[in-house]
Ligand binder design. Structure first.
Ligand SMILES: [Zn+2]
Length: 83
């Protein structure tokens, strides 16, 4: 259960889902299931409104879950027209 901001430097308590952004990841655990394959489960992370403006939660197989600076440039080019 998500109860606070995923940014360890913030940790603002979660009161309203309309504030901020939810990140959902399908992750494989180290535990193996009966079929010999890693057991998968869904993890939820939340960034508060302040942190969500400049950060994202990322998931990669090597490093796991991490809070990183939001990539710059994606939203800047959106909606621009080329003359
Ligand atoms: Zn926060």
């Amino acid at each position: 259960m998500v109860d606070s901001c995923a940014n360890p430097r913030c940790s603002k308590p979660l009161h309203y889902l309309r504030d901020g952004r939810i990140f959902i990841f399908d992750v494989a655990s180290a535990r193996l299931g009966p079929d010999g394959r890693p057991v998968r489960h869904v993890e939820h992370y939340w960034l508060c409104g302040t942190c969500a403006t400049s950060m994202v939660v990322d998931c990669c197989p090597e490093a796991g879950i991490s809070v990183q600076a939001k990539p710059v440039g994606r939203s800047v080019t959106q909606g621009m027209s080329v003359a």
